[in-house]
Structure formats: C-alpha cells, structure tokens
Design a protein around this ligand. Structure first.
Ligand SMILES: Cc1cc2nc3c(=O)[nH]c(=O)nc-3n(C[C@H](O)[C@H](O)[C@H](O)COP(=O)(O)OP(=O)(O)OC[C@H]3O[C@@H](n4cnc5c(N)ncnc54)[C@H](O)[C@@H]3O)c2cc1C
Length: 394
C-alpha cells in the first residue's frame, strides 16, 4: 500500500482520492479552504465524464441529481436564428453509453465527497493549504500554511489553475487572462416565463460574445452566463457585477437572449484565464491533475470531465504499485493524458473564436458549415471528445 498526498479537494482532488483508495492505497487530501465545498454555478457533464464517475462508483448518485438534456442548441444571438442543434437523446446515449447532463456544481462535488467520507483509507484535512513541498528519492513532504508537515510516497497537485504545486514543479508563472469576461447568475425557475424554458443547453453566439443557459438543481434554477471578448487584462474571480452593467455590455442581442439576460438579478464577474499545454507535468514523485495540469477555457465544457478522466487513469496505473514503482507510473500517467488534454485545451480556444464569437463573413462561413450537418455527422464530430476513455493497464 502506498500513501498519496493530494493537494486540493475540488472535483479533481476528491475523484483522485477515490480512484487511489479504490486501487488499495491510503490518501490524505489537503484542502486550503476550511470546508470541502464547491462554489459556482452549473456544469455540463458529457458521457466521458459520466463514464469516469461510474468507474469511481458515484455515477448513479450524480445522474440522480442531474438534469438530462435533450439537445445542445446553437442560436444566432443577433438574428435569433437557430443555427444547429445536437440531439443528445436515445441515439446519442446509446452511442456514447451515457447521457449528456447538467448539474449544479455541488451536485457533482457532494457525491464525490460523501464517497470519500465513507472510505476509511481517505483522510480529508480542511484548512490545510499546501505552501511548499520537497521530495527525495523515497518520499515527498508537503508543508501546510499552519506549519504542519505531511509525508507520503507521492504528491498530486489538484490545486486548481493557480496551483502552488505547479509553481514549484514547473515554475512557469501565473495563468494568463484571455481577454474574456464572464458574468454568471442563477435565476429561480419560477421567475423564468414558460416560453423561455427548455430542456436544452442553449448557446446564443454573437460577435465577440455569447450567452449560455440551462436548468440545474433538479430543474429549480436557470444557470445563466454571458461572455464578452472585451480584452480584459486583469484576472478577476467572482466579483459582484451590477445588473445594469451586464445589460449595457450586451446591447445588440435578439429579443429572446435579451429577455433571458434581464432575468438575472445578482451577477458575478470573472476574467477567464488559461495556459498553453505543458510538455510534462510530472517530476519524480510529484504530478499534477485537473486544472493544475491543463486548465482550459470552458467552451468545450470539459475541464471537470478531464479532471475525472485524469483521476481514473491515475488510479488504474497505480493499481498494485509499490513505492518504488511510483516515478515510472507517474510518467506513464503524464504521457497517457498529455496529448488528449492538450488537444482539448487548444480545441476549447478554437471553439471560442470559430464557433461562439465570430462576426460578419466568419459568422456566415460558420453558419454555412453547420447547416448541412445531420444528427450522425454532429455526433461523429463530437465522438473524439465524448467517447469514454478506457483506463490503461498498469
Ligand atoms: C465558467 C466555467 C464553466 C465551466 N463549465 C464546465 C463544464 O460545463 N463542464 C466541465 O467539465 N468543466 C467546466 N468547467 C471547468 C471546471 O470547473 C474545472 O475544470 C474543474 O473545476 C477543475 O477541477 P479541479 O479540481 O482541477 O480544480 P478546482 O475546482 O479549482 O479545485 C481546486 C481545489 O484546490 C484547493 N486549493 C487551491 N490551492 C490549494 C493549496 N495550495 N493547497 C490545498 N488546496 C488548495 C481549492 O480550494 C479547490 O478546492 C468550467 C469552468 C468555468 C470557469
């Protein structure tokens, strides 16, 4: 049995703890916050994410809380025209083995947390922000902000886009602001007129902006976000934004997306940050996972799904591992995951420029490309992204 230290108790960190415990190991999760919670709003889960959740034993619990949507719609935010829609009902579910669903973040985090809490091999330590780590040929030692030290056989940095573990491991500076601002809110479903409700993920694509919405929390709230390509250069995270500012920043919307935006009462603002794919994110007994390893713009809705895939891969590769096997197994984890996650990082950026935000002739070219696509053709285009990944053999 090995003892793993995991920095970060978000979706990636908890999934990793479960995967390693299932592989027979002991895990200590060091979480900076005083409680294990997931803030924020909605999140989409594609079948590849559900497949990973199934392998972790919590797929059923997440599906129970999820809203299974019927289609992924792309609309023109200025003309109101429907550009395309990917049906994600029976045929899609058969093809990919799981539904496409939307959840409130806590509806994904809570089942992972509950499963960790009932596993004796997992120790959850809130209020334990990692500030430093060292490694020698046999061990890693993590120091937390309260001065305590924790020793294990390996350390996994699942501490998010501003990862402390990554800073020491790769020393590649902070993530860069992408120049995209996102405003987010949740609207009680009772406040949403019936004609504005649908069982879909709907994205209104406009010149340099988009609006996206879907229901979460068992259909009781509308998750609403509006993104503007405004060249913002300073990272901002969750700052309150006046309603009037949000409405003023999206002046040219068609009546329906405009009416949706007007439903928002309390908005918050983030400036999205990103990194280029890294060549490697492993050194000896220390590796990274999830956003710490490969943060991606949310446009492909895959960041959390990729963190779940990472966790399952790591668990599979560390099955029956002895302490001496760790550096080689971590290198294999890195090379197994690197190309897929890098491709999704770059694809997510392209979705912003080519699909969601183009203007004028570029937007017309997009519309012409999308118009002839049949259901099968649309599913085929998503297959590399949404197909469940088989775990590797150790
Ligand atoms: C607007 C938006 C929409 C998104 N939509 C989707 C979507 O639809 N589908 C999808 O799959 N993904 C989506 N994502 C991406 C997804 O949210 C992330 O990829 C996912 O949350 C990453 O999980 P993580 O555990 O790697 O990191 P995080 O969620 O950032 O968790 C990191 C954890 O580490 C803790 N921590 C930080 N520093 C330390 C430290 N030094 N020591 C100890 N603990 C520490 C933090 O408190 C936190 O609990 C979206 C992202 C955004 C911004």
């Amino acid at each position: 049995m090995i003892h793993a230290l995991v920095a970060g108790g978000g979706i990636g960190g908890l999934a990793t703890a479960l995967a390693l415990a299932t592989a027979g190991h002991r895990v200590t999760v060091l979480e900076r916050q005083d409680a294990f919670t997931e803030i924020g709003a909605g999140i989409q889960i594609a079948p590849n994410g559900f497949h990973a959740l199934d392998r972790l034993g919590v797929g059923h619990a997440v599906r129970e809380r999820a809203v299974l949507v019927d289609e992924l719609r792309l609309m023109d935010a200025v003309t109101g025209e429907r550009l395309t829609a990917v049906p994600v009902t029976a045929r899609y579910r058969r093809r990919f083995g799981n539904p496409y669903a939307v959840v409130h973040r806590s509806d994904l985090h809570t089942p992972l947390l509950d499963a960790c809490r009932t596993d004796d091999r997992i120790r959850l330590l809130p209020g334990a922000g990692l500030v430093h780590h060292t490694q020698d040929p046999a061990h890693v030692t993590a120091t937390t902000a309260d001065g305590r030290t924790h020793t294990g056989d390996l350390l996994i940095g699942a501490d998010g886009i501003r990862s402390t573990v990554r800073a020491r491991l790769l020393d590649d500076g902070p993530p860069h602001p992408t120049g995209h601002t996102i405003y987010r809110t949740l609207v009680p479903i009772a406040d949403v007129p019936r004609h504005l409700r649908s069982n879909a993920v709907t994205l209104w694509a406009g010149p340099g902006c988009h609006v996206i919405h879907y229901t979460v929390a068992a259909g009781t709230r509308l998750n609403l976000a509006a993104v503007l390509d405004d060249g913002a250069t300073e990272a901002v995270s969750g700052q309150p934004a006046p309603r009037a500012t949000v409405l003023a920043r999206f002046p040219d919307l068609a009546p329906t997306p405009r009416a949706l935006l007007e439903l928002g009462r309390t908005w918050r603002r983030w400036v999205l940050c990103d990194r280029d794919p890294a060549d490697t994110w492993t050194r000896g007994r220390v590796t990274l996972l999830g956003d710490a390893a490969h943060p991606m713009l949310q446009y492909a809705a895959q960041g959390a799904c990729q963190a779940l895939e990472d966790a399952v891969t790591l668990g599979a590769l560390l099955t029956h591992a002895a302490p001496d096997d760790i550096p080689a197994r971590l290198t294999r984890y890195d090379t197994t995951r690197r190309d897929r996650t890098a491709r999704i990082q770059l694809f997510s950026r392209r979705m912003g420029t080519d699909l969601f935000h183009p203007a004028g002739p570029h937007a017309r070219a997009r519309n012409n490309r999308l118009r002839p696509l049949t259901e099968d053709a649309l599913h085929h285009r998503l297959a590399w992204l949404h197909t469940p990944q088989p775990p590797p053999h150790p």
